[in-house]
Design a protein around this ligand. Structure first.
Ligand SMILES: O=c1[nH]cc([C@@H]2O[C@H](COP(=O)(O)O)[C@@H](O)[C@H]2O)c(=O)[nH]1
Length: 312
């Protein structure tokens, strides 16, 4: 606990040092709405933790989503920081939501547009409601001077991403926005080794908490080693501090494995996911077989007709 509070004070000193109060928000006045609590915390150098909102609107049904959002905010408060949930409401990017706004977002559910960086201008221009993903949340957090952001899982490179190019903009955002993202890793349905390769290309420092391995969201292990290990909140604060002071310009990803007490249920979910993936692969290969069979059939007939036409 002592090391966690010294890490908090280190971060808040850093925030004060690197971010003269409201320098950004003054420049961008009117573009982003800060909740009074977040504005006060940022101006006094009190630690602030950003939270995303896609997980609220798209990740769970109502009212579970609202309960979880409140619970997460309460955990941030219990640990001495101010939570800043980010969302776009009626076209206004909000950093820090009131209980009413949180409730509104939760009841909107999927009617709130899933908003990644590429969607921000569109949602704002149309005065829409947007639930921000990791990339959009990082963008707004950085804009107002919040350096730490906590979430469940970030997006990554999808399986077969080398063919589909389906790569989450969360990864490019980590390569361009100096915010530390603390998460349980990436979803295990994604391609974890390629996600880590992509982050390396983007120059993102990926650290794992109390382990040498990148966690697999529902389980502690993914089989992928990381180059940076952090063991205490102080280690994390020093890493974030170095990244910001050196103005590397990139984000930091700190992956925290699922707590031991939940690893049994996590393992159960993970094995169900692996079975589903195997079944999907099998179905795809059966479909390929049927498709190839019909293709050969069509080619055979088409060529017979062509011969008949050429040589009646
Ligand atoms: O288990 C989950 N992890 C992450 C997300 C959300 O999905 C986003 C990534 O979406 P995409 O793969 O479309 O970039 C993340 O930033 C996060 O907001 C989610 O819905 N479920």
């Amino acid at each position: 606990m002592e090391s966690s509070s010294s890490a908090l004070s280190r971060l808040s000193n850093l925030q004060r040092h690197l971010q003269p109060p409201h320098s950004n928000s003054k420049i961008r006045q009117g573009l982003v709405k800060l909740s009074p609590e977040v504005a006060e915390a940022l101006s006094t150098g009190h630690p602030v933790v950003a939270l995303e909102s896609t997980i609220i609107s798209h990740g769970m049904p109502y009212p579970k989503n609202l309960e979880t959002a409140k619970e997460v905010e309460a955990i941030v408060r219990e640990n001495g920081a101010v939570p800043a949930t980010v969302a776009i409401l009626d076209g206004v990017p909000c950093v820090g939501l009131s209980m009413g706004e949180l409730e509104r977002l939760a009841t909107l559910g999927t009617k709130a547009q899933k908003t990644a960086r590429r969607d921000i201008a569109h949602v704002v221009a149309n005065r829409g409601n947007g639930a921000t993903t990791v990339s959009a949340t990082m963008f707004f957090a950085s804009m107002v001077g919040i350096h730490v952001f906590v979430t469940g899982g970030i997006g990554g490179v999808h399986r077969h991403g080398e063919q589909t190019m389906d790569i989450s903009s969360d990864l490019t955002e980590l390569g361009r926005t100096p915010v530390a993202v603390i998460s349980a890793g990436v979803k295990s349905i994604l391609d974890i080794p390629r996600t880590l390769e992509y982050l390396e290309t983007q120059g993102v420092c990926v650290a794992a908490y109390n382990t040498n391995e990148f966690p697999a969201f529902f389980t502690e292990r993914s089989g992928c080693k990381v180059h940076c290990r952090v063991d205490t909140p102080d280690d994390c604060a020093r890493l974030i501090d170095a990244n910001l002071k050196l103005k590397l310009g990139t984000g930091t990803l700190i992956a925290v494995p699922i707590p031991k007490e939940h690893s049994a249920s996590g393992g159960l979910i993970e094995s169900a996911i692996q079975i589903a993936l195997r079944e999907a692969r099998l179905e795809t290969s059966q479909l390929h077989f049927v498709f190839n069979f019909f293709l050969q059939f069509i080619i055979y007939f088409a060529s017979s007709f062509t011969y008949m036409e050429l040589d009646p």
